[in-house]
Design a protein around this ligand. Structure first.
Ligand code: ADP
Ligand code: ZN
Length: 708
């Protein structure tokens, strides 16, 4: 029916090309080989069994452990016009019967089931019926690592799956997992009884992820807030404790960012509710402990923040990997503070078991290696998975802004002599106090104001000293005790430094200057406005169908629509992610929003003045109103006038950052009642809790929506 696999891919899924590895796996699946596929999250595993299912006669059975995920996958398939369904405990008797009828009538190509159901007598009888009438062309087992006790999510019912082999001796079995260890791989092959399976081990590199580590500033919440304000789309903020999750979610909400908490201490219904709101794009940010992750399959998460140190590099990889599963650009940002390090160390020391302590410490060191590393971050991550990566990825902070390496040998010698004078009995902070000539009590008490190194390090700041000491520790040039006091000690290499046999090179973390990548580009700005409009339409359609917005179209499809601005169905159907079914269902609606937008762009419009543009640029760099006013030497009200007028001219001003959505709503309601002519009337109607500035901003936006 299809000339090539690419044509089939476009027909069923609307995609133009395969992701790395997919084609080969699909070809082997079509040749009925048993398969073991190890691919990182977001690699596109599902397609590897979905496309063959559609190209072969008969039915493919998909075993999937989580009911919520099943429904998502089936929704997405159905929205592509593909016959898919699931059978699980959420269905009542009549639903189950009608689905079974549809299956036996050959209307279904993919049947999703939970493992426990698959093994009941009744269901086995149904399977036999399928096997005799339609034939079962493959069994795909998702999250196959659940079969192994060595994996992180062992499920005893997976063990029973080997019985499938005897019931369907001729049917190929495909096993899929994102877990990499050899032990688990062997277990999967053995437990599921795979026959000479072809093993596909993909690289764990996630090329669409940008990795960055930011040094935690004093007011780390504010730093987080500012960073989130600069991002768009959905994001996850990971914290270590439930308390912190609650606190950050609360503060973000207070600062006008849509955020909900998620942790194991919440009632199950609250968790499900918050998760669904996130999936459906009703809320932009989830603040979560690591309890959030397994079982969430939101492909359009655009950024993941680690507000606290992750437990291990494996955890970090899996958690940050939840960003960008749809292949679009996404970010992983780790906020790294030495205070956190202390906290984690303290927790480790509290562990009763020495062996556990050792493992935890080793895992922590790997995280610190990553965070303090000055080489390409991908190299560090992939080395952890046993992969060699040549570095220079061009998509991490270290590659984009290499830190300058400086010679700090003299400072290191000063520090070491100070350690020696204080007889290797103290930790970093005290030694820095001595070097910087502090008058604090502890220094006096030990008589350290009398040692010869007292005050010889005044010209180096506390932060710089800390950076040096961390780097010395990190490079193994000094040691520290593990007794909780972190007393610094000489080792062989420290002596080499003292004897001038070894130099000390330190990668200096430079204060990041605000990057210049926010230059105003009218064409880009136009596409962004259209993108926002298309997102609104997508959300409306999704809500009507009770599915998450990504089921309708991926972010990347909306992005291409906003750039290409298709004028007719033929052009629309060329967009990646649009197949015939989607064209029929949604083509009209999206085309008409695009047309209307293009018409509005052609109307003569006033252009922003130079001064307004200057304000806009600062706004886009993430400065708040006060900071802009400060920098420009204008009153805040003038800046608000600018932004209000810019909004009216349809310029990309982030209104949600300036006025909280619920306040916008109140103002818009007032405009509906009283018209937009008089600010004074609006102010009187709204009362003292609303400022003229807010009203001006919202009115600007309102006018942009209603004047053309
Ligand atoms: P995994 O199970 O490996 O984590 P999925 O199968 O959920 O990944 O795929 C992740 C996302 O990538 C999904 O939204 C899917 O539709 C999309 N995707 C998969 N293959 C392609 C492709 N060839 N082109 C574009 N998008 C794809
Ligand atoms: Zn890199």
């Amino acid at each position: 029916m299809f000339n090539d696999l690419e044509a089939a891919l476009k027909h069923f899924f609307g995609y133009d090309s395969f992701r790395v590895g997919q084609r080969k796996i699909i070809e082997e699946a079509l040749n009925n080989h048993d398969l073991l596929v190890i691919m990182p999250t977001g690699g596109g595993k599902s397609l590897c069994f979905q496309l063959p299912a559609l190209l072969k006669p008969g039915l493919t059975i998909v075993v999937s452990p989580l009911i919520a995920l099943m429904k998502d996958q089936v929704d997405a398939l159905q929205d592509n016009g593909i016959g898919a369904t699931f059978l699980n405990s959420t269905l009542d008797y009549s639903q189950e019967r009608s689905r079974k009828q549809a299956i036996l009538a050959g209307k279904i190509k993919l049947l999703y089931v939970a493992p426990e159901r698959l093994l009941t007598e009744k269901f086995r009888a149904f399977l036999s019926q399928i096997n005799h009438s339609l034939g079962c062309n493959a069994i795909a087992i998702d999250e196959a690592h659940c079969v192994s006790e060595w994996g992180h999510d062992f499920r005893p019912e997976y063990r029973q799956l080997q019985r499938l082999r005897s019931q369907f001796p001729q049917t190929p079995i495909f096993a899929f997992t994102a877990t990499a260890t050899k032990r688990v791989q062997e277990d999967i092959i053995q437990q599921l009884g795979l026959r000479n399976p072809h093993v596909h081990l993909s690289s764990f590199n996630r090329p669409n992820l940008y990795y960055e580590v930011k040094l935690k500033e004093k007011n780390s919440y504010y730093q987080l807030l500012q960073s989130i304000r600069q991002e768009s789309g959905s994001g996850i903020v990971y914290c270590l404790s439930r308390r912190r999750v609650e606190e950050i979610a609360f503060k973000l909400k207070h600062d006008g960012i849509d955020a909900l908490p998620y942790h194991a201490g919440l009632e199950a219904e609250v968790r499900t509710y918050n998760q669904t709101r996130f999936l459906r794009d009703d809320v932009r940010i989830i603040v979560a402990t690591i309890a959030f992750g397994m079982g969430i399959n939101k492909p359009d998460v655009r950024f993941v923040f680690h507000y606290d140190l992750p437990r291990s590099l494996e955890n970090f990889y899996q958690e940050s990997g939840r960003a960008g599963r749809d292949g679009g650009t996404a970010k992983s940002i780790l906020l790294f503070g030495s205070g956190d390090l202390k906290k984690v160390n303290y927790l480790i020391e509290k562990k009763p078991d020495i062996n556990e302590q050792r493992i935890a410490r080793q895992q922590l060191n790997q995280v610190v290696d990553y965070a303090e590393g000055t080489v390409c971050r991908r190299t560090i991550i992939l080395r952890y998975f046993g992969e060699k990566f040549s570095g220079n990825c061009g998509k991490c902070d270290n590659c984009l802004e290499p830190k300058p390496i400086e010679d700090w040998t003299i400072e290191a010698q000063k520090f070491l002599s100070c350690m020696a004078r204080c007889r290797e009995r103290f930790g970093m902070n005290h030694l820095i106090d001595v070097l910087r000539g502090s008058r604090n009590k502890k220094v006096q008490q030990y008589g350290h104001h009398l040692v010869s190194t007292y005050g010889i390090g005044k010209e180096t700041s506390v932060d710089e000293w800390k950076m040096l000491v961390r780097s010395l520790l990190h490079q193994g040039l000094i040691s520290e005790t593990n007794d909780g006091y972190r007393i610094l000690r000489f080792n062989k290499r420290s002596w080499e430094i003292m004897r001038k046999e070894r130099e000390v090179l330190v990668a200096v973390s430079n204060k990041k200057l605000s990057k210049d990548n926010n230059k105003y580009n009218p064409r880009q700005a136009e596409a962004e406005i259209l993108y926002e409009k298309l997102k609104i339409l997508r959300k409306q359609i999704a809500d009507l169908q009770s599915v998450p917005p990504y089921v309708i179209f991926a972010d990347s499809s909306l992005k291409s629509m906003s750039h290409i601005q298709p004028k007719n169905e033929a052009e629309f159907s060329k967009i990646s992610g649009v197949n015939n079914h989607k064209l029929q269902q949604y083509g009209d609606k999206f085309l008409s929003v695009i047309q209307e937008f293009m018409r509005s762009q052609q109307l003569p419009k006033p252009l922003p003045s130079k001064s307004q543009m200057a304000t806009l640029q600062l706004h886009q760099q993430g400065l708040n109103l006060e900071e802009i006013a400060d920098q420009r030497g204008f009153a805040m009200s003038t800046i608000c006038n600018h932004l209000g007028e810019l909004l009216e001219m349809n310029q990309p001003v982030a209104l949600n950052q300036l006025v909280k959505p619920e306040r916008q709503k109140a103002i818009i309601e007032a405009i509906f009642k009283h018209g937009d002519q008089s600010l004074k009337i609006l102010k009187e109607a709204l009362g003292e809790y609303y400022s003229y500035d807010e009203i001006k901003l919202v009115r600007g936006w309102w006018r942009s929506q209603h004047n053309n």
